[in-house]
Design a protein around this ligand. Structure first.
Ligand SMILES: [Zn+2]
Length: 191
């Protein structure tokens, strides 16, 4: 049978784990939510230990994502790509910070518990965000877990900068590393 539709969902626990009404004023608050999502995803055994969230210029939550690769049978289901897709569906536009005519429309931030892999790096270039907040580094992910982050351009931060995306790294890095370490110590993909 030819499939002509995809359907992806976040775990049901996100509805109770996330306060969509509050303001996430600081970079640390935004990243803390992404790390909390990664921790909950690990504890609930609903995917890999990664979380991400998209915020608007008013520091309000637009969408969240967690890794759903194995439960949803898709290599595309990373925390960042899920958050981008859900934000784009909520706002009904393919580029978050551009309107239908391609004119600037708001400013958006992605906070992620770990540095985007090569897939999410590409997705970040097209998603329409203005700021990228990162907790753990790729070397943390590869040291503490079995995941391969894939190749990035040598000047990956500079390439994002050329496209108007500011990168801030190492926010709450130890907290994100703790989740990755817990995942690695429990034997990786046995969730
Ligand atoms: Zn990724």
């Amino acid at each position: 049978m030819l499939y002509a539709q995809i359907h992806l969902t976040l775990p049901a626990w996100v509805h109770e784990a996330v306060d969509g009404a509050r303001s996430y004023g600081s970079d640390a608050e935004k990243v803390s939510l992404a790390i909390e999502l990664s921790r909950r995803n690990l504890e609930a055994r609903t995917g890999g230990p990664f979380g991400a969230a998209v915020f608007n210029a008013d520091d309000r939550l637009v969408a969240v994502g967690v890794n759903v690769v194995l439960p949803q049978n898709t290599s595309l289901g990373h925390a960042e790509t899920m958050a981008y897709m859900l934000a784009q569906q909520r706002l009904q536009r393919a580029r978050l910070n551009r309107d239908e005519a391609g004119e600037p429309e708001g400013r958006y931030t992605l906070a992620t518990s770990a540095q985007p892999c090569c897939q999410c790096y590409g997705a970040t270039i097209w998603a329409g965000i203005d700021r990228l907040l990162i907790s753990a580094r790729a070397e943390d992910v590869m040291a503490l877990t079995e995941f391969d982050e894939g190749p990035l351009p040598a000047d990956w931060i500079g390439e994002l900068g050329k496209r108007g995306i500011e990168v801030v790294r190492d926010i709450q890095r130890d907290d994100a590393r703790a989740v990755l370490r817990a995942y690695g110590e429990q034997g990786g993909r046995r969730y």
